[in-house]
Design a protein around this ligand. Structure first.
Ligand SMILES: [Zn+2]
Length: 223
């Protein structure tokens, strides 16, 4: 579902995102009353804004470097900036890959910097917004595909080993992170972590297949 267009980039909401958010807000309203429902609604909008700005960070730096963004789509567990690689493939430009990848977490850090003074002024929900942005920025720098840190790592290895070898190395690192997330998540009953671990394994599998076919197509999607 398209919600608006910013600098020629269509911004979309996946229907599952909307359904989940509305269900959650409705559930909070029934359980804890209108005040909490309003609070949760505002928090959802703030998180939505943070994810959107993270993706716009990727998209706007990509645009400066000559890559078009087909769309930005927000899902319940994060967003995707779908870049176009028809004129220029990022695999041949590790410097571009690095700048585009780092722009997302950098945007979260900028938001955190703006929010920090408001936390000291005890403005409601700002402490939560700060934590969300710090967590989003730092977690995305874990050096595993499909997170931004995985791309940063590959962009460092590519100039020395070539993109194929660099991708294989990052895939191996990602594999260990995926299983670490699954095990740590289960042991500590943090059920978001195994979900992320499985997402990593799915990405690793599809990217390994592409590497064996010598095409690197996955590159076009930034989380
Ligand atoms: Zn990102």
């Amino acid at each position: 579902m398209q919600i608006f267009v910013y600098k020629n980039i269509p911004i979309r909401l996946h229907i599952s995102f909307l359904a989940l958010v509305l269900l959650y807000i409705g559930y909070t309203g029934l359980k804890s009353g209108m005040f909490h429902m309003a609070l949760i609604s505002i928090m959802c909008i703030l998180i939505f804004g943070s994810v959107l700005l993270h993706e716009l960070g990727h998209a706007l730096v990509a645009r400066k470097l000559g890559y078009k963004t087909r769309h930005i789509t927000l899902y319940p567990f994060g967003g995707i900036a779908a870049l176009e690689m028809s004129q220029k493939n990022m695999a041949d430009h590790p410097g571009d890959e690095f700048r585009i990848a780092i722009a997302g977490p950098a945007m979260n850090m900028v938001i955190a910097m703006f929010v920090l003074p408001l936390v000291f002024l005890k403005v409601p929900l700002c402490a939560e917004l700060l934590i969300v942005n710090l967590a989003m920025g730092i977690f995305n720098l874990v050096p595993a595909f499909p997170m931004d840190g995985g791309r940063v790592l590959r962009s460092w290895i590519t100039p020395r080993k070539g993109v194929q070898k660099a991708t294989k190395i990052v895939l191996r690192v990602s594999f260990w992170f995926a299983w670490a997330f699954i095990v740590i998540g289960i042991l500590n009953k943090l059920f978001m972590l195994p979900v992320i671990g499985i997402l990593l394994l799915v990405t690793i599998r599809s990217e390994s297949l592409r590497i064996n076919n010598k095409t690197i197509g996955f590159l076009s999607r930034y989380f």
